[in-house]
Design a protein around this ligand. Structure first.
Ligand code: ADP
Ligand code: MG
Length: 479
């Protein structure tokens, strides 16, 4: 009998192990090229996220899909892989088109695509977005590309003016389709759709399924597979609502909350541009350094803001919704909704900034007395939300609200043939900095940013200007 029990036990264990293996699908299980799989693994992608697992089995079979999953669930990779799967690498023609709601999101998608494709030679990914000069895009298109990522309006303009040829497109992706519709792009999107070749694969991703989305899918998708992933990670984000009486009360609470949660990176959302700026002033009075991100800034300023916030040079970013849509900034500890979001969809997008890819996070929301009804409407979608009294906030006053790094700006980048390694080399060899004193290095076309431990900032500012990087002197500024 003992033997039998023992045997039964081991059978159970084996069965459990088998189940675990079935649940966690890895990229090797997919029917993809070997060098692509290896590259995905080297980028740190081990197991598939639920949306990837559920959608790729259809999308890699060239089926149309309409998929719903919350922000941070890994949708980008879920559509990048079918695009690569459909790509004829030898054919130097545009074969895939991705539409996204904002330039920032399009840029981020392009970055992911290039990373995933870095093991494949000579694949050109081009972004076509509004808010940046038009002519250079036309020139780039004349040199052909394989994959286009862009915003609807600008892409349509290039199509209408004959710069962008559609006849070789086999894959069409609508990312954050709900956001695009909210922003009024329905007509542009359906115009683009109707001009594309009928023989194609279409993938539609959205955080919510509204009727408008379903109509779009009915009209432009061919027998799509419906994929919905339950928001099982929802409760990883701890959500607390506070009733407050005034703006002043909100400003006072921010400091306490950052200290309570010992947050090194906080995003604060406001509904309006002016509120962003006024709050930044108010925090400045309280010795808290904050960056602002809103649609009044030009693209260069927005890129810079995102870069120096992502590299941990500032502890707080104050953002409006439009400017921050779809941006993937990792390691956000705390999201504060300074203004209540206008609806639960916007609220969902905001709190998705924290707890990305399964990490825990906290989202705080301030509610004014006259907003109680709207707050309850949001709460209906998130049963885990708790209301707390601000008097109960316990915090550690010794926690310093500051960042570990500060950034320097170098007026040279890719066009000057500067690479990360050149800058790192110069800092560690010529200036004898320790690698631990150097944070993230971002190299753009015409400039670069380096995060440095604050104690080293003055030294680097004084000396890097007088030191050649890859044989040339550059201007160095503090950011
Ligand atoms: P979404 O578009 O759904 O908001 P993203 O595609 O931007 O989400 O992914 C969010 C984060 O999760 C990114 O930082 C991405 O690198 C990471 N990620 C995506 N897929 C995986 C995976 N399979 N394993 C680990 N991390 C992943
Ligand atoms: Mg996304």
């Amino acid at each position: 009998l003992q033997l039998l029990l023992c045997l039964q036990f081991w059978l159970l264990v084996l069965d459990q192990k088998r189940k675990e293996r079935v649940i966690k699908m890895v990229f090797r299980d997919l029917n993809l090229e070997q060098n692509l799989i290896e590259n995905l693994e080297s980028l740190g992608y081990k197991t598939l996220t639920p949306i990837q697992e559920n959608s790729l089995k259809y999308s890699l079979e060239k089926k149309d899909i309409i998929a719903r999953a919350k922000t941070g669930s890994g949708k980008t990779l879920a559509f990048c892989l079918p695009i690569i799967n459909n790509l004829d690498k030898k054919k130097y023609r545009v074969q895939s088109l991705i539409l996204a709601p904002t330039r920032e999101l399009a840029t981020q998608i392009a970055t992911t695509l290039r990373e995933v494709l870095r093991s494949t030679q000579n694949i050109k990914v081009l972004t076509l977005c509004g808010g940046v000069p038009y002519r250079p895009q036309v020139v780039s298109l004349e040199h052909e590309a394989h994959i286009i990522v862009g915003t609807a309006g600008r892409v349509l303009k290039h199509i209408n003016e004959g710069n962008l040829k559609l006849e070789n497109i086999n894959t069409f992706v609508l990312d954050e389709a709900d956001k695009m519709l909210d922003m009024g792009f329905f007509d542009d999107i359906s115009n683009v759709c109707s001009l594309l070749p009928k023989q194609r694969q279409t993938l539609l991703f959205s955080a919510t399924f509204s009727n408008e989305i379903k109509n779009l899918a009915l009209e432009f998708l061919n027998n799509p597979v419906n994929i919905e992933v339950e928001d099982e990670e929802q409760n990883i984000i701890k959500q607390v609502f506070y009733e407050v009486n005034s703006r002043d009360a909100k400003d006072n609470l921010i400091e306490k909350l950052i200290k309570k949660y010992q947050a090194n990176s906080t995003i604060i959302f406001c509904n309006q541009r002016v509120t962003c700026e006024e709050l930044a002033d108010s925090l400045y009075e309280r010795d808290i350094d904050a960056l602002t991100l809103h649609s009044d800034l030009d693209q260069k300023q927005r890129d810079e803001t995102l870069t120096i916030f992502s590299n941990k040079s500032y502890p707080v970013l104050i953002a409006s919704d439009v400017a921050s849509r779809g941006i993937d900034i990792n390691d956000i500890d705390l999201v504060i909704n300074y203004d209540l979001a206008l609806n639960y969809k916007i609220h969902t997008h905001r709190i998705g900034r924290t707890a990305r890819a399964g990490k825990g996070g906290v989202a705080i929301t301030f509610v004014l007395p006259n907003e109680a009804k709207s707050a309850l409407e949001i709460k209906e979608h998130f049963p885990d939300i708790v209301f707390e009294d601000e008097k109960e906030i316990v915090f550690d006053n010794s926690f310093e609200i500051d960042s570990i790094f500060r950034s320097i700006f170098i007026n040279g980048g890719k066009k000057q043939k500067l690479r990360k390694g050149d800058i790192l080399g110069c800092l560690t060899v010529a200036l004898e900095l320790n690698v631990n004193d150097i944070g993230k290095i971002d190299v753009f076309d015409f400039c670069s940013y380096v995060a440095l431990k604050k104690a080293k900032l003055k030294f680097v500012l004084e000396n890097l200007q007088k030191t050649k990087i890859k044989g040339k002197y550059y201007n160095i500024y503090e950011k």
